[in-house]
Design a protein around this ligand. Structure first.
Ligand SMILES: [Mg+2]
Length: 285
């Protein structure tokens, strides 16, 4: 387990959120959901996962699969901040001059598997986790899924399989932001009680505040890996977290902002002014 430096995590999360906003233009992005999982990804890459730009491709690294692939601006924002990719590449989002687009792409260093169609990467993660176990590697596999993604039948087939094969180096993280596309999950196809459903499938269930680094650290420190059961962390999050004018809004699941709107939203980000943000280490394009 890496050390926890909350102020460093918070600084990174602000930078990642600015990247997400800046990628939500020139064609757009799934901004609200990217903002909901930003803190999760910052925590996982900076304080939990044993992977960094130098260990990409090494056998014994930990692996993260972003099954909710439409939230890729958050993943690429983290990769830019941690040195996996050149931050300047983010400006190419959706451009034909680069391979950064819409969903995770294995051409980008750090991306372990493509994702796009929902409900598939849990099965892929099970395979990777079993492969690591068969090769006696210490790798842990983390699969981040959306709460709306739990409506996919393939998720629950995979949950049965993971429990049956005692895949205990596997961790699923549910980004429980309460929305699926432009509706609240409980209005569309109710999911609760999610924790009880995972328990019924034979999983160890943990719950955390997905924006509270202390809580996330306590939760991930208490995972029972190697105990014969897969682990799931249900992370309570807020869609649009950090940008109040788009938070919790069903109509802000996909955004294509003008450059002027992006500047205004960056102003709003965590209540700081654009000048304050820009004077630190942020690059304003
Ligand atoms: Mg959701």
């Amino acid at each position: 387990m890496k050390t926890l430096d909350i102020s460093s995590l918070q600084r990174t999360s602000i930078h990642v959120r600015e990247h997400i906003l800046r990628m939500s233009t020139n064609g757009g992005a799934f901004t609200g959901a990217s903002l909901s999982c930003a803190d999760l990804l910052v925590y996982l890459y900076k304080s939990f996962l044993r992977v960094d730009p130098a260990s990409v491709g090494n056998d014994a690294r930990d692996l993260l699969l972003l099954s909710k692939g439409h939230d890729v601006p958050a993943l690429y924002g983290v990769f830019a901040e941690l040195g996996f990719i050149d931050p300047d590449r983010l400006a190419n989002h959706l451009s034909t001059r680069d391979s950064i687009y819409w969903h995770p792409n294995r051409e980008i260093p750090g991306v372990e598997f493509h994702s796009g169609s929902l409900g598939h990467l849990l099965s892929v993660g099970i395979g990777m986790a079993i492969d690591a176990r068969m090769r006696k590697l210490a790798s842990r596999v983390v699969v981040v899924v959306g709460d709306g993604e739990l409506n996919e039948g393939s998720i629950w087939e995979a949950c049965l399989t993971a429990a049956a094969h005692k895949v205990d180096n596997l961790i699923v993280v549910v980004d429980r932001n309460g929305f699926q596309a432009n509706m609240r999950t409980e209005e569309l196809i109710p999911l609760e009680p999610i924790a009880d459903k995972f328990r019924a499938f034979g999983w160890l269930v943990h719950e955390a505040d997905g924006h509270d680094y202390d809580d996330l650290h306590q939760t991930f420190s208490s995972l029972l890996l190697g105990c014969g059961k897969p682990n799931v962390v249900i992370a309570m999050t807020q869609r649009g977290k950090g940008v109040p004018s788009i938070a919790e809004r069903a109509d802000r699941w996909f955004c294509d902002f003008s450059l002027r709107e992006v500047v205004e939203l960056v102003d709003e980000l965590n209540g700081r002014s654009t000048a304050e943000l820009s004077s630190d280490t942020l690059v304003v394009r």
